[in-house]
Design a protein around this ligand. Sequence first.
Ligand code: ATP
Ligand code: MG
Length: 334
Amino acid sequence: MSDKKGRVFSGARPTGRQHLGNYFGAIQNYVALQQDYDCVYCIVDVHALTTMETTENIRQNTLEMALDWLAAGIDPAQSILFVQSHVPQVLELHTYLSMVSPLGKLSELPNFKEEVKNHPNNVNYGLLGYPVLMTSDIVLYKTNVVPVGVDQQSHLEFARETVRSFNYRYQTDVLIEPQMKLTAFPKILGTDGKAKMSKSLDNHIEMASTPEETTQRVMSMLTDPQRLRRTDPGDPDVCNVYSLHKIFSKPEDVERINRECRTAEIGCVQCKRLLAENINSYFAPYREKRAALEEKEDEVWDILADGAKRASAIAEQTMIEVRDAIGLAPRQRA
Ligand code: ATP
Ligand code: MG
């Protein structure tokens, strides 16, 4: 490892283009942490399979995610950017870690219960093991810090417990307990104003959308449910349009919207129009950069291939130590 403070790892599922929640909850930290850490960022395609009924979009979504991250500022000259299935050691580690992963704990995790609700006809073994695979991703790269949104908190706690169980079971210190790193916006709500913004709930606003698509999504957002008529006063504290203004609008505009919403001087339509404009100007340079990268698709695949090579070297070294710690017979006689 270099003279940096340690290693960062994070991943996201290629289930669609990245949205405001991904950006403010995770990607901002991915970019910022590159300064001080060795960073490894992974497009977790195997994780995506756990809830997919068809894989027809997975290759395209893998590319889209690489474009999203590169345009947002992940620098492949500094950081490793790769596709999970290209480094299969993670699947081997997943099997070893499954031996110290209690079934009762996995089935009680909130994300599992939520996914069971969302996909009642596809509750598979892989879905139950999702946190074991996520732990494998993290520890395979000897990760110190994991930048994620708050929805991943129980998975991070699971990862830490699994590291302790593995190290205790095999009397080793080969695996490292990771720390979670949140941004200032660890949970962005969706256009429904209720659930976490998620690709799979289709309540999201993509960073890479056109200005028109963005405006359309913003105009469909639910606001204060008590404000039925234009003349009713609203409560910005229960309105997700207002929460997003706090991110995208100038402080004096946020203050004015807060005041004018409460006195019904400003209506929801006008308030949303202003938000859409501000989101569009915020992401304009990003969208320009992304469009230029789209023209260089081959270069993006090359970046991912190079990332897989660099990731594999770290992964294989960890696996040599892991197999030895478990006590498996060595592959080569000394
Ligand atoms: P899916 O619906 O397929 O699970 P997602 O929208 O939840 O997709 P992920 O790929 O699961 O996105 O998450 C990628 C990263 O973004 C994770 O670190 C996650 O914690 C973070 N994240 C996702 N949604 C939000 C959100 N609404 N607010 C803050 N962070 C988020
Ligand atoms: Mg998710």
